[in-house]
Design a protein around this ligand. Sequence first.
Ligand code: GBH
Length: 500
Amino acid sequence: MGSLKCNFDDGEFLCDTFPEGFIWGMGTASYQCEGAWDKDGKGMNIWDTFVRTMPEKIQDRSTGDVALDSYHHYKQDVQMLKSIGANTYRFSLSWARIFPNGRPDSVNQAGVDYYNNLINELLANGIQPMVTLYHWDLPQSLQDIGGWLNEEIVEIYGEYARFCFQQFGDRVQRWTTINEPFISGMMGYYYCNFAPCINDPEEGPYKYVHNQLKAHAQAYRIYEAEFKKKYNGVVGISLDTSSYFPFDKNSPEDAKAANRCFVFRLGWMLHPLYHGKYPQEMRELIDARSKNEGREVSRLPDFDDHWSKKLKGTLDFIGVNFYNAELVRGKDDGVIAPEWGLADGIPFFDSRLPGWNRDMNAYRTHDMNWVRCGAPWQDFTPTGIRECIKWISDNYGNPTMMVTETGCSGVDDKINDEQRKEFFKLSINAVLKSIKVDGCNVVGYSGWSLLDVWEWMSGYTIGFGIVHVDKSSPNMTRSLKESGKYLGTIFRNNGFPLSK
Ligand code: GBH
């Protein structure tokens, strides 16, 4: 194994290795890679429905029906992981493949077998499975009763989680309950470009996240009471965030506004999971606005005593998903770049939109000089992850964290993906500094994504993979990109040791 040459030229690159036992991996999600949407008894989920009822919402009108057909080619995926020296694979379970109607009475043995086979194949190759229970593909029959806005979902999700712990818990040590409540809530209920596409921008995301937090706690408590002693695994959640920097470094107002963005993005979830209630700053701002709007009840719900207690202390680790840095102003003085990150023509980051965006009273923009990645919403800001990790550490007592996603979008993704290679180099070095310089407790790094998976509303127009998949070849041939080869060197070296 050749060592990486450390580059001292910029005086900033840190040559050092990660703590022993560091977790290295890459991730995928069921709907984005499995395909086999109607095979072997799988039930419909909200994405199966969405791509059929609103095909125009997907940029290239593609679907995840076949995707990369990991359902039939998972062994190739495992070999790719092995070839880069990964010790972990982060993947999600398709709820409707396990319970076609969302509930235990409908259990589909073929679905359970598929995940058993995948898990066993991983372990046979020295790779630990890390399972996401929910990465956005809700069974359609649960959406039919109101989905995440119906409180009943909390119990039902708990039953699903219990079943998965029972079936796979003897071999799966690391679980995340839910992937990115913020993104899925905002895209599904605010911008309406994700399933289930229900337009309720002012209240929808708040209700959605509220029930997801309860569902998380429900699953955590079930694991704690029924499985922890036996299996001694860990349960966390994956939270998405941008890094928020003050636009003007000398402006205390901008600094406060940047902090408020972190509170609204991460504190929204972390405060209930640590303290049993939403952050005070959020509470006050949203309560006041709701009142001004003539509402009798705040748009931000509340937890009763029972739930407050149940929520508190339900994180063994925090999964951090990071894609973007943003600059924040305390005042709207016209510096917002209106063309930035368009979602259906609506600037995704526009702080003037109602609901969450406006509630937080901060004006977000980017630097026009930043290099861009492939997706219109992504600037090339890999080192920004350090800021997020530090914010969590400073505000929640330096908890155990793991990077569960970060990556670089590309267009016409090539085997020779120089920008992505550079992204991972700088990103992983930033995480190394989080540990070695900032003293943060980061135990692992799982990049996004293993394969060029189907990218939701962008279809196949952009990719994040370190593995290219030839979708026209009969066995969906996987080949490692340059970024993947490079990651392999980092993984095997456990970082960036000084070259001898
Ligand atoms: C993650 O989402 C997901 O967990 C993962 O499934 C996904 O493949 C990956 O990131 C890459 O997107 O076009 O302006 O509406 C979080 C990140 C979701 C953020 C899509 C940007 C589109 C912004 N992204 N979103 S916009």
